[in-house]
Design a protein around this ligand. Structure first.
Ligand code: ADP
Ligand code: ZN
Length: 210
């Protein structure tokens, strides 16, 4: 199975992608997570991406396309994968097509802007292992420490309210057109994001047929 998760920043695609990946035993590939870890390691790519991320802008297409090309060539992607956060522009979707990757299904997690803003303000991330939490909806069992690895949780710079507004603007302009793109290919399924994580997961599993 090759699946794409679409949705606004904070719609919960990462969380749902992880659940589906575990169930199908395929890897999740998150461009956001790859870029953030490059940033943390201070690689050339990380440094180049820093200003874009912190301003709520998209990292240039050629950079993320390069990341995806490299990652999809790894052996664990042979039996399928989930893309979380890629493609985010029509140009990225076209590049994926040009790589000869044939996607089976695109799950679009739909959540309104007001809910997104509320959710992002409570998001906490573990810089050490990449786990994400929410103070209300998905708290870490260890409070302000990561219950997976014990490291301190933090608020992403791009989760600050002004940056969130910019990210939503970018989403509507650059990423939303992908709904039509994949609808035209007949592979789009929309899941309405629910208040409870588990309810969204149930709808997501049903959309995928697992
Ligand atoms: P979210 O889904 O909450 O926006 P991500 O972790 O997916 O968070 O992405 C964080 C940031 O990384 C984005 O705001 C953007 O700057 C950059 N990024 C991630 N994926 C892409 C992509 N496919 N194209 C361009 N920029 C990306
Ligand atoms: Zn952790």
């Amino acid at each position: 199975m090759k699946i794409i998760f679409l949705g606004a920043p904070g719609a919960g695609k990462g969380t749902q992608a992880e659940k589906v990946a575990a169930k199908l035993n395929i890897p999740t590939i998150s461009t956001g997570a790859i870029i953030r870890s490059a940033l943390k390691e201070g690689t050339e790519m990380g440094l180049a991406a820093k200003a874009y991320i912190e301003a709520g802008k998209l990292v240039p297409d050629d950079v993320v396309i390069g990341i995806i090309k490299e990652r999809l060539a790894e052996s664990d992607c042979r039996n399928g994968f989930i893309l979380d956060g890629f493609p985010r522009t029509i140009a990225q979707a076209e590049a994926l097509d040009a790589m000869g990757v044939s996607i089976d299904l695109v799950v679009n997690i739909s959540v309104d802007d007001a809910t997104i803003v509320e959710r992002m303000s409570g998001r906490r991330v573990c810089a050490a292992c990449g786990a994400t939490f929410h103070t209300l909806f998905n708290p870490s069992a260890s409070g302000d420490k990561c219950d997976k690895c014990g490291a301190e949780l933090s608020i992403r710079k791009d989760d600050q309210p002004e940056v969130v507004k910019d990210r939503l603007t970018v989403y509507h302009k650059e990423t939303e057109p992908l709904e039509r793109y994949y609808e035209n290919k007949g592979i789009l399924k929309t899941v309405i994001g629910q208040e409870k994580l588990e309810d969204t997961t149930a709808l997501t599993f049903r959309a995928i047929g697992v």
